[in-house]
Design a protein around this ligand. Structure first.
Ligand code: ZN
Length: 280
């Protein structure tokens, strides 16, 4: 079977774009190869975190997951370039945020998927790191499956499996609402990845006063979906307990997130093609 060829350090190359077209033609022969597309957005993350938080976190998680998966499994995965821009019009009150229109975001993912499938890479996992992208990445993966019946296209957030939620719960020190945005979790992860870019002396705790048992954000949100403009619910841009973030917690959660996504890759690599039957 075709293996991704090593880079200068002898490690297998995992980046899709670092291969030649001849190499990709070979790799596409493998039925078990998974293309992983990270998706994120640029938006305000409090006074203390850069606007690239969702991008940097999902890239660190997916890169670690792909390397981990390739080191242990028979199947292989390639890391596609990150879909940096996502859907975040409700953050535009905060300088720096960049949004795509929802349909442009979905179409962008669809065209990337269609191109990959055209070349024979019909196992695709979109790993999303930005809350408001969730329904849109799910829709993009579903539409690819509808268009290409042989394809196995899936989408996920990170740290959402039952096991991961348990690891979050075991180590978190914040109360309800402490893990939503630029929060204990995102601050900790950024501290684990690039501490020099985190201004911890400016980290605040801000939990919106408008939360009710039905409408709230934590790493899993309340049952009633209602998203106003971000500036209506937070002054700093933080929703959560940023001050509770530590690099130590971040390292634990980063490792768990990479392990979780590696398992998701394994699932996408091994699920049977399920084209269904047209009963006409
Ligand atoms: Zn974020």
């Amino acid at each position: 079977m075709t293996e991704p060829t090593p880079d200068m350090t002898g490690k297998p190359r995992v980046d899709y774009g670092e291969h030649t077209w001849l190499e990709l033609r070979e790799l596409a022969q493998r039925d078990d190869l998974v293309c992983v597309i990270p998706a994120a957005t640029l938006e305000d993350h409090g006074y203390h975190l850069p606007i690239d938080t969702d991008v940097r976190l999902v890239e660190a998680i997916t890169r670690g997951a792909v390397e981990r998966f390739n080191a242990h499994g028979e199947a292989k995965a390639l890391l596609c370039p990150t879909q940096v821009h996502g859907y975040t019009p409700h953050h535009l009150d905060f300088p720096g945020s960049v949004t795509l229109r929802w349909n442009v975001f979905v179409e962008s993912l669809l065209d990337q998927g269609r191109s990959l499938i055209h070349h024979g890479f019909d196992r695709i996992l979109i790993v999303n790191g930005h809350g408001s992208n969730i329904p849109l990445v799910n829709m993009a993966a579903r539409l690819l499956n509808v268009e290409h019946r042989e394809a196995v296209c899936a989408s996920s957030f990170y740290l959402t499996s039952e096991e991961s939620m348990g690891v979050l719960q075991r180590h978190r020190t914040s109360g309800p609402g402490g893990m939503a945005h630029a929060c204990e979790l995102e601050t900790s992860l950024y501290l684990a990845i690039r501490p020099d870019l985190v201004q911890m002396d400016r980290a605040v705790t801000e939990i919106p006063a408008s939360y009710t048992p039905h409408v709230f954000m934590d790493w899993s949100d309340g049952p009633l979906s209602l998203m106003p403009h971000w500036s209506a619910i937070t002054t700093s841009g933080v929703t959560g307990d940023a001050a509770a973030g530590t690099a130590e917690k971040g390292r634990i959660w980063l490792e768990q997130a990479q392990k979780e996504i590696a398992e998701f890759i394994g699932e996408v690599a091994t699920r049977p093609h399920a084209p269904g039957v047209d009963h006409h």
